[in-house]
Design a protein around this ligand. Sequence first.
Ligand SMILES: [Zn+2]
Length: 135
Amino acid sequence: MGKSKQVGNHKSDKKKNIAKTWKTKRRTKDLDQIHADMLPANAAKLLQQEVDYDVTGCAQHYCLHCARYFVNLKTLKEHFKTKVHKKRLKQLREEPYTQAEAERAAGMGSYVPPRSVEVHTQQVEEHMDSTEAPA
Ligand SMILES: [Zn+2]
């Protein structure tokens, strides 16, 4: 009698998203790990990696802030202009959350807002125009 009750497959859509969220293989690093990577010594290592044929772009084009590899310089540069990357820089401007901060926020001691850190897109080999386009 009339229409079938099945309208779309929302359930399976949901499942797909959950699967994606829980997938750990392609999971990027946490912000605090990236903060550690941003330390000059670590950053230098990450940006000067040995050629690894198992990694996208042979591990030669790495975005430090997003912890992602790109196939070539062009895609890396294009990535620098994307929303994801700019959003990430913004997130990284706040220092990692600390226990002391949590206590201050909870009213123990005086609250000191997190210091903000300047975060800029890494420099690539050739001189790249790193000026941010007005939003
Ligand atoms: Zn990035």
